[in-house]
Design a protein around this ligand. Sequence first.
Ligand code: SF4
Length: 349
Amino acid sequence: MNITACLDMAGCPNRCRHCWLGATPNGSLTPDDLQFVAAEFRPFAENLEIFSWYREPDYRDDYKALWELERQLSDVKTPHFENVSIWRTVRDADYAPWLRDLGVKYAQLTVFGGETTTDWYFGRRGAFAELNRTVDILLEHGIAPRIQTFVSKRNIGELPIIERWIDDAALEQRCADIGREFQYFLHQGSCDGENAQFYGDWVTPAELEKIPPKLAAFALKHWRADSLADIFGRTETELYRELADDESTASFVSNDVTFYIDKDFNVYPNIETPSPAWYLGNLKTDGAESVINAYNHSVSIAQNARLTVPLGDMIRLCGDRTSQRLFLKSDYIMYILNKYCEVRFAGSI
Ligand code: SF4
């Protein structure tokens, strides 16, 4: 089994309202805790990879030492992801050069609209200003911003503001100046974690007409899509009709597994939001063998439901046959599964 274990050592400075990882309290774990996680999984891993985060990367002041420790503890040494910390970029002059020296070429950053809207979505004032400063700092160090927007009915009307922001900051030209192509994309995200609160404001075909042509063109290129329908999917009505009589069940078990371990050492598979329906056990009290067995035997409420309950039963119980909300089919199935767990196991999760 190839195991990736991600320990949420410090959490995140933001409280993004769309965060699929959930808004849970930040912890303050130690390098010894990371060593403990590695030692627990080591006997069961053909290949092991260890991360000291699964929310904000490089949030802790000892991020460089943790990067080295992760690599010592890991067989697989993935290059630094294109996820970076805007919080650290504006506070730590060593950070952008460090990212550059690690070979980071693009950094994925999120904007939700103008300043007020972006701050609101990030869950803290000043985030938009930090985002702007981060773009400048990264470009100064040869790293191109890749900008994304999560859209719902709440903010899709602000896309023209984002288009102006891109133009005013001359992002296309400044990326070209460092030898990179500017990239932008948008989507609705998956309807899970914090983002599930936007189900009521979910985009429908009518909203797609509000997407400015220039941003639509960027997004089509990014997703290698022919149309916005390829990015946003089909209406819930269509998906409901297709899936209401679907008798299939499915297993999520794979030989390549990523475990998320929260600050209290509760373990979840990286399939959906780390949340009670996906709970596999506690690394301290149950140990890695028990957690892996729980995963392999689909013991969590959500894994078990998907394995044993025909999809159509869940759709008929939790879907809305009249809804025009747009979903990719795979995201819709996961939305329904989470909903089903909420409805069926309301008292126990
Ligand atoms: S989306 Fe990322 S930055 Fe925002 S709260 Fe979640 S983990 Fe933190």
